[in-house]
Design a protein around this ligand. Structure first.
Ligand code: UTP
Length: 459
């Protein structure tokens, strides 16, 4: 953007304060500020400002029902698994990982995907994910493109990590990094914030930024060129995720769904999972945890179970055509009150002690009601979900590693090995390289090879 257009655009949207230090900036800083302005989503700015005026997130649930949830039976699995496998084998499955978040709760210095969670190997989250994909590529002699969304903040370090680790055995040509958009934070009166004399505070626009980013960074062309029709979606912080689960893919394909959602029973009413509901237009949707009142969270059915029992853990399957169709959809904007560094009148950067601004984000699950057809499929959380969010306590490295040990130990026991326990906890850390066998055939592979495995992987 040229300086004169910037003056005009900013005047029109009441943001001229962003140029108040213009004359004090070096030429390079001026160019950088104009480049930043080019990135600002001015079209969404008014919607963002409107969001700040909305006073309550509370939703009237009186006309809202929990969504139907499918529990796959053995007969269902027998029907769906071959469909999912055929999709993978034909090279029609792709994988999308959203890894553009800032991981602020974990407080790790680097992309969250680089965090070591392997209880024996110290394998990173990225390594575990990549090698699960590799296992399917090997099993089905196929190619599975891996699309990784980063943000400008962690893109270079993410790519460098994959480079240094030789893409964990995957072909570099099939690992595609692309950056999501950035959004400014706003003050209560809707002003963007300078965090330096020539720099606007911007942060990733939420995992819902995926749709726009896929389109703008050329990923749809890549998918199309490779013949990808179905995309498995997940988040970086869950090492138990069953990437490309053939039963899940198969059920999605057989039902001709646009989006499918894996759901599990909430641990307790206060667990921070969004719940699946049928909205007042009869559409399957996910209602964020923070949008529920305590009463709604705790409401019980006649059988004593929670009325809103099933939560989404952000494991989805999307149809390629649906993603393309909805790439420009206006997604709802979610607002969070946060501490944002700002530049005071003297040009010094101040880190506030209390929240002083609103960060705005889009969430991917908000696309769900746009689907003509979507299905919710229940899974066993102990098998497939352990998220890394916090440095200690719930959802921390300790709980994630112990979930990996528990899952692996149970598989080894099922394969015939007996494992020592202390106070009902497994005594030894065990882990299996995910490339050893595709997750869906891991148990069978263990049965055939367990002596070899035990020698190699038990600490
Ligand atoms: P979270 O909402 O848990 O955020 O993201 P986070 O960045 O991991 O952690 P906090 O909240 O700052 O502590 C869930 C998933 O969505 C991705 C994250 O990388 C993670 O895989 N995400 C989140 C994005 O890709 N982009 C975003 O803007 C936000």
């Amino acid at each position: 953007m040229e300086y004169n257009s910037a003056v005009k655009v900013l005047e029109e949207c009441n943001q001229s304060h962003l140029l108040k230090f213009w004359n004090e900036l070096s030429e390079t800083e001026q160019t950088e500020l104009l480049a930043q302005l080019d990135e600002v989503d001015f079209a969404s700015l008014n919607r963002m400002k409107d969001m700040l005026q909305e006073d309550s997130n509370e939703v009237d649930l009186s006309s809202i029902e929990p969504s139907p949830v499918i529990e796959l039976t053995d007969a269902d699995n027998a029907k769906y698994i071959p469909i999912g496998e055929a999709c993978i084998a034909a090279g029609e499955a792709g994988v999308i990982l959203v890894a553009g978040g800032q991981g602020s709760r974990l407080g790790y210095d680097g992309p969250k995907g680089c965090y070591p969670v392997g209880p024996v190997s110290d394998a990173s989250l990225f390594e575990i994910h990549a090698r699960k994909i590799l296992a399917y590529e090997i099993k089905y002699k196929t190619e599975i493109p891996f699309y990784i969304m980063t943000s400008i903040v962690n893109n270079d370090s993410t790519i460098q990590f994959f480079e240094e680790n030789n893409y964990f055995g995957l072909s570099k040509d099939r690992v595609k990094f692309f950056t999501q958009g950035l959004w400014p934070a706003l003050t209560q009166d809707g002003k963007m914030i300078l965090d330096g004399k020539g720099h606007i505070f911007m942060s990733p626009d939420g995992h819902g930024g995926l749709l726009r980013a896929l389109k703008e960074r050329g990923m749809f062309e890549d998918m199309k060129a490779r013949g990808v029709k179905t995309l498995f979606f997940f988040q970086v912080d869950n090492p138990l995720v069953n990437i490309c689960d053939p039963a899940f893919l198969g059920c999605h394909i057989a039902d001709e769904a646009d989006v499918s959602v894996k759901v599990c029973a909430k641990r307790d009413p206060d667990e921070g999972l969004g719940v699946v509901i049928t909205n007042d237009e009869g559409k399957n949707s996910i209602l964020e945890y923070s949008e529920l009142t305590d009463e709604q969270k705790n409401e019980k059915r006649a059988d004593g179970k929670l009325r809103l029992l099933y939560g989404s853990v952000a494991i989805h399957v999307f149809s390629f055509n649906f993603l393309v169709k909805e790439a420009d959809a206006d997604m709802p904007i979610h607002v969070a009150h946060k501490k944002v560094p700002f530049c005071n009148d003297s040009g010094e950067t101040i880190s506030p002690e209390k929240p002083n601004a609103y960060k705005l984000e889009k969430f991917i699950f908000d696309i769900l009601p746009k689907a003509d057809k979507s299905v919710n499929i229940a899974f066993d959380r102990a098998e497939e979900f352990a998220a890394l969010k916090n440095p200690t306590g719930n959802d921390s490295p300790e709980t994630v590693k112990s979930a990996i040990i528990d899952k692996t130990s149970k598989m080894l026991e099922k394969a015939g090995y007996s494992l020592a326990k202390d106070d009902n906890e497994y005594k030894y850390a065990v882990e299996i390289d995910p490339a050893f066998a595709a997750e869906s055939s891991l148990q069978e592979a263990l049965g055939q090879n367990f002596e070899l495995i035990c020698d190699m992987y038990i600490d």
